[in-house]
Design a protein around this ligand. Structure first.
Ligand SMILES: CC(=O)N[C@H](C=O)[C@@H](O)[C@H](O)[C@H](O)COP(=O)(O)O
Length: 228
């Protein structure tokens, strides 16, 4: 479907609709339904994993879609759109924005420019998933169009928080000139608001909306704490 970019002219919620093969909601049809629900309720964009899910979602709704491909490569810790193969597949599938790892690991910052350039030549924008302030600054210099705090807590050297990394959102928003996307461990509307207050242009919420098995576990654990 033709993308309606106008939703991105306002700050707002991006819903991450992702279910890997080992998750109960895995499947293009399920993720498409999640994305339709997101659009119905006022989300301004979707983030999703894999060619099938990108295609299913693009067929059904006109919100901008951020596509990524998670792939584990033996001997590497980089798993969000690690190579050119994934970038090409995401572009081919019709995503509007490619999300990729822009962390300072395994010489990634020297190599990732090639992936960014490819996406730009294909008319697709790039969201850099970073884990630290320094990586966010580097990502802007490398030409990223959006900078997401996605990987804070997921690299060994970044802040290891149970909560969202609001400080990273705040620090980056003060310095970079491209939109900062708050992403990672945002579970409540109050936290989403706090991310906006910290300067985020957009707020990505994933598990708290689209991973029922994690939502259910939180309830069960909360009850068990009372019971035992
Ligand atoms: C670290 C990693 O692999 N993050 C992935 C990136 O796409 C997804 O599994 C997350 O669900 C997404 O970032 C949204 O975050 P949360 O589900 O916490 O709202």
């Amino acid at each position: 479907m033709q993308t309606n970019y106008s939703t991105f002219s306002k700050r707002g919620l991006i819903v991450s609709c992702q279910a890997l093969e080992d998750e109960p909601l895995h499947g293009g049809d399920t993720m498409r339904k999640m994305a339709i629900a997101a659009q119905m309720s006022g989300a301004i964009g979707i983030r999703t994993n894999g060619v099938t899910d990108i295609r299913f979602i693009k067929e059904a709704i006109d919100l901008p879609v951020i596509g990524l491909i998670k792939r584990n490569i033996s001997g590497s810790d980089i798993f969000i759109t690690p190579t050119m193969d994934e970038v090409k597949a995401i572009v081919e599938a019709g995503a509007d924005i490619v999300a990729l790892d822009v962390t300072d690991r395994e010489g990634r910052l020297e190599r990732v420019i090639e992936l960014i350039t490819y996406a730009h030549h294909a008319g697709v924008r790039v969201m850099a998933d970073v884990s630290t302030f320094e990586e966010g600054v580097a990502a802007e210099q490398l030409g990223a169009d959006f900078i997401g705090t996605t990987l804070s807590g997921y690299t060994p050297y970044s802040r290891q928080l149970k909560e969202p990394d609001f400080d990273l959102v705040r620090q980056l928003s003060k310095v970079v000139h491209v939109p900062v996307v708050a992403e990672g461990r945002i579970w409540t509307p109050e936290e989403a608001v706090k991310a906006l207050e910290a300067g985020a242009a957009y707020v990505v919420v994933g598990s708290a909306i689209t991973r029922p098995q994690l939502i259910i576990r939180r309830y069960v654990e909360a009850l068990q704490m009372q019971i035992s």
